[in-house]
Design a protein around this ligand. Sequence first.
Ligand code: 1CP
Length: 349
Amino acid sequence: MTDQAADRPAKTILRALAGEALPVPPVWMMRQAGRYLPEYKATRAQAGDFLSLCYTPELAAEVTLQPIRRYGFDAAILFADILLVPQALGADLWFVTGEGPRLSTIDGPDGVAALKPVDAIHETLAPVYETVRILSRALPRETTLIGFAGAPWTVATYMIAGRGTPDQGPAHRLKDEQPAAFDALMARLTEATIEYLSAQVQAGAEVVKIFDSWAGSLKGDDFDRYALAPAKRIIAALKARHPGLPIIAFPREAGAHYIRFARATGADCVALDNSVSAEWAAQKVQVDGCVQGNLAPSHLVTGGPALIAETRRIVQAFAGGPHIFNLGHGITPDADPDNVSRMIEAIRG
Ligand code: 1CP
C-alpha cells in the first residue's frame, strides 16, 4: 500500500521555485484580492476603510481566501500593503478614496532621524502576522502562502513624496541632493524589511515576494545601488535566518537589468512585467532560474480571443523551464472576473 499523503507531490509553486519545469505552470495573480471582485468590495465595506481591512486579521484573511475559493489559484498572497512598514516606522498614512495613499513626507535628515527604530515595527504590524497565522491554518493544503513587502526604493519613493508619483521625482531629488539622508532612509527600510518578512515567515508564510514597483526609474549605477544591492542584502539575510526559504523579487520595468538582477541577487524567481517579451525573457532570464509573469493586465479587461492567444503564447514561451504564470502587474478594478476564469482555463486546458 502506498501512503497517499507521503506520495502527494509538493505544492506546485514550491516545485517551480525549486527549478522544476511543470507540464502545467502554477498560477496566481498580483492583486488577486481586490476591487474587481464583488465579494472583496463587500468585505471592504464591512471593514469600513482600507487600513482597517489590513489590520483586522479575520477580514484580511477572508479577502485573501476569496480568490482561492473562486478560482483555485495555486498561491494565496497575504492581504496587506507595502505602506504599512512606513506607518510602523512612525509615518502618518491614510488613503484618499478614488485617489490612493497619502503619507507624511520626508525631505531631509530630520525626517529620517524622527523614524522609530526597526525593532518597534512589530507593535504596529502584529495584526499582519496574525493574518498569516490564520491563513496558514485555513488554506487548502495544495495552496502556497506568499508573504510580501515593498522594496526599500519603492517604499522610500512614497515616504519622500507622501504619495504615488509618476516619475518618483522627489525621491530622485533627495537621493541626488542629500545622499546621506537618503542612504540612511534606505538602510532603515532595508533592515525593517528583513525583520518584517522574517516575522511573516515565522508566522507561516512559505514564500516571500519583494515588490520594487518603481525600480524602472533607477538608471545605470543607481539601479545597482538602490534596487539590486538592497534586494541582495534582504535575500541573504532572510536565507541565513530561514534556510531554503524561496524568494520572488519584482524589479518592475528593469528591462535589460533583469538579467543581472536575476543572477546577482540570489532570488529564486524574478517576476517579469509586461514590457519585456516572454520569448526574450525565456532566453535571457529563465536560463538562470524560475520566472513569473507576464500577461498584460489589460487583457483581463478586454478578454476575447486576444486573452486566450496571449495566455497560451506566454505558457508556450516559458514551457522549457520553471515558470509561475502571473500578470505583468496587478489586476485592475475594471477587470471582468469571468476573464480570470477564461485565463485559467487557457493555462490548465
Ligand atoms: O481601494 C482599495 O480597496 C485599495 C486598493 C489596494 C489594494 C487591494 C491598495 C491600495 N493596496 C491593496 C492590496 C495590496 N497592495 C496587496 C495585497 C495582495 C494582493 O496582491 O492581492 C499587495 C501585494 C500590494 C502591494 C502594493 N501596494 C504595491 C506593490 C505592487 C504594485 O501594485 O506595484 C504598491 C506600489 C502599493 C501601494 C498602493 N496601495 C494601494 C494603492 C492604490 C497603491 C498604489 C499607489 C500608486 O498608484 O502609486
